[in-house]
Design a protein around this ligand. Structure first.
Ligand SMILES: NC(=O)c1ccc[n+]([C@@H]2O[C@H](COP(=O)([O-])OP(=O)(O)OC[C@H]3O[C@@H](n4cnc5c(N)ncnc54)[C@H](O)[C@@H]3O)[C@@H](O)[C@H]2O)c1
Ligand SMILES: O=c1ccn([C@@H]2O[C@H](COP(=O)(O)OP(=O)(O)O[C@H]3O[C@H](CO)[C@@H](O)[C@H](O)[C@H]3O)[C@@H](O)[C@H]2O)c(=O)[nH]1
Length: 330
């Protein structure tokens, strides 16, 4: 089997993907600067680990040559929407400029296959639900813009240099692998499900519900939560399809089912059998009311099908959080 370079492989989604890649017989090498990732998240001894930056040409070249890398899964990025509003230049630099530099190095090394972590944030405030890929892309924050620019860079680099790529536009990643050994550990944590579970653990006094006056059945925002293992599966299938000749392009990855903030909290109460105090607050700026994916294309082209329900996402996340209340800092 060939060697896959996984950037951001010490992060939440990347570490799950590395584990599954190894299990399926791939050789994997991780490049991560540990800005938000955790060295302990790359558990398996067979995964080679390099601490460094994707824009370090020399390091990238030496990794590709040493390990015979022929494909890349590129997770490394900053992904805090609020931070991107305050410091857009940071996102344009880290996510866009560094990715272009990284792809240039890969091109020079002859690496042709790239799977890229894109996001539902490229759609901005979509006028149609569920969201198909062809809908107009109008990001409402620099984070989404920084990812859309990378998709465009890939398109042009394909034309000029024959790079093959798939941009997976994830909706809301959730859950953890089923042994509870690795999981989500962001600092600061901004995502709903980990915050709800930290509240169940008593680490937070209450979960804030950002806005109860949206035009949705219970007034709170609706999102399409997708299990991190379903995401991992989509990456590996996309890589395999690309190598078999599938055309480059962007694919949505979600379940097609939307859940409101209140529904998530209710399900978390059932799963954890704990009290979860709620405080209703103002809307969080930039939050669309509803984001639900139409993932028909990914299902047709990759033969991919999401396997996990929201309950299973919350239960697997609970297994991780309840056994690692301080995340990887134990
Ligand atoms: N979590 C979600 O719900 C979600 C949704 C849509 C898209 N995404 C995208 O998926 C990817 C992974 O997200 P995550 O939640 O696992 O984030 P994460 O912060 O846990 O992982 C990102 C990893 O990349 C590393 N990194 C960042 N910049 C780097 C650089 N310049 N060089 C080397 N390593 C670098 C970090 O140290 C970290 O380990 C990101 O690109 C994110 O934008 C995430
Ligand atoms: O304390 C909290 C945190 C979140 N929310 C709400 O919960 C929903 C989900 O929020 P969050 O978990 O922060 O995810 P999103 O803001 O939807 O963004 C995620 O999903 C996007 C794609 O849908 C990705 O682009 C982003 O990277 C990823 O963080 C939103 O309606 C929030 O307003 C709360 O009510 N209280």
């Amino acid at each position: 089997m060939s060697c896959v370079l996984v950037t951001g492989g010490a992060g939440y989604i990347g570490s799950h993907t590395v584990k599954v890649l190894l299990k399926r017989g791939y050789e994997a090498v991780v490049l991560d600067n540990l800005s938000t990732g955790h060295r302990q998240a790359v558990l398996v001894d067979e995964a080679h680990f390099y601490q460094g930056d994707i824009a370090d040409d020399e390091l990238v070249t030496s990794i590709v040559e040493k390990h015979g890398v022929d494909s890349v899964i590129h997770f490394a990025a900053k992904s805090l929407v609020g931070e991107s509003m305050k410091h857009p230049e940071m996102y344009l630099w880290d996510n866009t400029a560094k990715s272009v530099r990284f792809f240039t190095t890969l091109k020079e090394c002859g690496v042709r296959n790239i799977i890229f972590s894109s996001t539902a944030a490229v759609y901005g405030l979509p006028e149609q639900i569920p969201i198909p890929e062809y809908l107009e892309k109008k990001p409402v924050n620099p984070y989404g813009e920084s990812k859309l620019m990378v998709e465009k860079a890939l398109q042009w680099m394909e034309q000029a240099h024959g790079i093959k790529w798939v941009a997976l536009r994830y909706f809301n990643a959730a859950g953890a692998e089923l042994t509870g050994v690795i999981g989500e550990d962001h600092n600061p944590e901004t995502h709903l499900i980990p915050l709800v579970l930290q509240t169940a653990l008593g680490k937070r006094e209450a979960i804030q519900v950002f806005g109860t006056d949206y035009d949705t059945p219970d007034g709170t925002c609706i999102r399409d939560y997708i299990h991190v293992l379903d995401l991992t599966d989509a990456h590996i299938l996309a890589l395999e399809a690309l190598k078999k000749g599938m055309s480059s392009g962007a694919l949505n990855v979600g379940t097609g089912n939307g859940y409101s903030v209140r529904e998530v909290i209710e399900m978390a109460k059932e799963v954890t059998e704990r009290e979860i105090p709620v405080v209703e607050t103002e809307r969080r700026p930039g939050d669309p009311a509803v984001l639900v994916a139409d993932s028909t294309l990914a299902q047709q082209l990759l033969g991919w099908k999401p396997q996990f329900t929201l309950r299973e996402m919350i239960a697997s996340a609970w297994k991780w959080h309840s056994t690692h209340p301080e995340g990887y800092r134990r």
